[in-house]
Ligand binder design. Structure first.
Ligand SMILES: C[S@@+](CC[C@H](N)C(=O)[O-])C[C@H]1O[C@@H](n2cnc3c(N)ncnc32)[C@H](O)[C@@H]1O
Length: 252
């Protein structure tokens, strides 16, 4: 079943009676219906991928059994739809981070349109520079660029900074893990979106081999029509856990 739909493109209106000119709009504003939200975006941010609503729903499900009311954090938020939907579905406050100022403007605008401005803080900047050291979150969502640099040409319509994940595609994912781990409260979950099973296995193997990492892979889900989502938890820092061995499932 589709989880949403993309509405018709809304172009700026041309004045009635204006002379016939060659008109090229600077931006093409679009709206995507993303679960409970209408999300505005344009060609300078990644187009909302409707399958990623599964990540928001999983976050809300994980938070529903949590009696604490701490906020959630989204790293690499883009126009904000994944984090905003998670915040709306879980009735939580949220911090959304993105290094693109343009994306942050959309995220703030989409938060306002959803009536979430009073509980959503949008931060512009590299994820490892905009967090205060003492900040702690109930859950972390992360949607990093994950296309290997050499393959980004396959996606000419996507903004390069939204898709370029470095040499092996996982450089930003590793930054998300580092930032997420330092801001998750003990026992808190992190949902990291990756491209495919090979990337998921690579990250799980790296965590298994990394002494002292506080993150443990609990589950890897294959999202129909999309990528993979790793569910990690912040343990109390015990090294040598069984990260990545608990199983892979298809989306329920
Ligand atoms: C794959 S897009 C995901 C956007 C949105 N979550 C979505 O699903 O459409 C990755 C996002 O990460 C942002 N980004 C890239 N490097 C970043 C960094 N170092 N810190 C924070 N955000 C970054 C990009 O600007 C882009 O919006």
């Amino acid at each position: 079943m589709p989880v949403g739909r993309v509405d018709a493109v809304r172009l700026p209106a041309v004045q009635a009676g204006s002379p016939s000119v060659c008109y090229t709009p600077a931006m093409t504003m679009r709206t995507a219906v993303f679960g409970p939200l209408d999300i505005e975006y344009d060609e300078h941010v990644l187009e909302p991928r409707l399958w990623t609503l599964a990540q928001s729903r999983w976050a809300a499900e994980l938070l529903s059994s949590d009696e604490d009311t701490a906020p959630l954090l989204e790293l690499c938020a883009g126009a904000g739809q994944i984090g905003l939907a998670a915040a709306a579905l879980s009735y939580r406050a949220a911090v959304l981070v993105d290094s693109s100022e343009h994306a942050c403007r959309f995220a703030a605008r989409n938060a306002a349109a959803a009536g979430l401005s009073d509980r959503v803080d949008v931060r512009h900047g590299p994820m490892d520079e905009v967090m205060r050291p003492d900040e702690s979150f109930a859950l972390v969502l992360a949607d990093p660029p994950y296309i290997p640099s050499a393959h980004t040409g396959t996606f000419p319509h996507d903004p390069l900074t939204a898709i370029d994940g470095g040499d092996d595609g996982l450089e930003l994912a590793r930054t998300c893990l580092r930032v997420g781990a330092s801001h998750l409260r003990p026992g808190g979950p992190m949902l990291l979106q990756l491209r495919d099973g090979a990337q998921a296995d690579q990250i799980a193997a790296e965590l298994r081999g990394k002494e002292g990492t506080p993150l443990e892979v609990v589950e890897i889900r294959d999202v129909p029509g999309g990528g993979q989502v790793l569910h990690l938890v912040r343990t109390h820092g015990a090294p040598g856990t069984d990260a990545g061995r608990r199983g892979r499932t298809s989306w329920r």
